[in-house]
Design a protein around this ligand. Sequence first.
Ligand code: ADP
Ligand code: MG
Length: 476
Amino acid sequence: MANTADSVWNSCLNFIKDNIKPQAFKTWFEPIIPISLKGEALTIQVPSKFFYEWLEEHYIKLLRTTLTKELGIDAKLIYDVKMENSYSNTHSQTVKFPSSNRNPINTQGVTIPIEVDKRQLKNPFIIPGIQKVKIESQLNPNYNFDNFVEGDSNRLARSAGIAVSNKPGGTSFNPLLIYGGVGLGKTHLAHAIGVEIKDKYPEKTVLYISSEKFTQQFIEAVKNNDRNDFIHFYQMIDVLLIDDIQFLSGKSGTQDVFFHIFNHLHQNGKQVVLTSDKAPVDMQDIEQRLLSRFKWGLSAELQSPDFETRVSILEKKIFRDGVEMPKEIIEYIAKNIKSNVRELEGVLVSLIAQASFNKKEFTLALTRQIVDKFVKNSKKEVSIEIIQKVVSKYFDIDVPTLQSTTRKRHVVQARQLAMYFSKRLTKASLASIGSQIGKRDHATVLHACKTVDNLTETDKQFRKFVEELNDKLTSQ
Ligand code: ADP
Ligand code: MG
């Protein structure tokens, strides 16, 4: 009777069963499904990459022995890994790769086919010796356009993202650069674009990667003498989403390699999407030639959401979590957490957790406590030094000018605002604030705080300064 995948695998299992503990057998071998047998190559499906690694680490000798017994000296074992975390939708991605075990072949000698290795592209996602290069998109399907609430603060970026998803590489938004402060949805949007493209164009190779990981992979590639493989790998991508490119600042090697990858992709009509915490003009230590490439496409800013958008975001999340919350509580949160969607979510999560742990109702008192904690925590992070920098930048002066004795009106205002925010956002004493802001005494700081309070009430323009600075400082 001819061998089939099932019959071969069953014989292997019988042998394996006799050689390991029942629990281990149950855990590591029962879930395996034999898929196919082609000549001496048996393909088995394993539930995850972790599973595959575990088998390779702990059972490779056993597998080798039994396979050689069944299929002879040329036996090969191919794993078919059901990918975890991959954005799969209707298309389950599987990656086939030969067993990567590189130990010297022992007496039973299963030939583990590594010889293709040298001619293959190396995939920096550490899937060794890939046969068919299939790339896990690294996308998180929970970040999509459906749950990205539209508002004035994000309309341009969101619409550009949708346009790009409809025609990747085919719009003038290439690259699309999404920039804005922390927690405003840059990562969410980048994923949403990828997720949408995978839906519309399943055959396109999409890859999301953070600049940090990209940099690490590059360093690793250089170390292993694989720089060209690294470049080739990235040049095969149809839609490349790179998050937080400000991380590349000062890293000239990585910038250089990215420049080559970018040019290749762009010339071949592939889509590039970038995110950054700064506008291109404000990016420091990024090469000019890269900056000028970024400007080829569209730079779209994500701003802090306005009150209505904050309420909608909260409502959407509450609905998704299946809880009900009084409108006044939602509005209280939206009113007090202003600059950052991540914090908005943080408050909501804490509130739901607190209420359910302690079996409490959602009350305004509980909400207030949690909001206070969040606001205080973010206060803690700001230092007097940062306040002076932010305020100086806002008034277009430098810190020494702010600290100087100049009586020019805008400098005086800047100085007073720096003192006011230092009092409000740090735990420093009046005396300590005074000594750090141009060696003034505590009375000067107190006077500054009062003046700012008064002006905020009476002067509309001044109130705008305070609000905008407050947003900037609390979103740091
Ligand atoms: P960033 O990358 O800009 O720091 P993220 O994309 O990580 O910010 O967003 C922070 C959190 O806020 C995420 O959980 C994201 O889903 C959520 N978020 C941001 N903007 C929106 C929005 N417009 N609608 C819904 N959720 C949002
Ligand atoms: Mg992010």
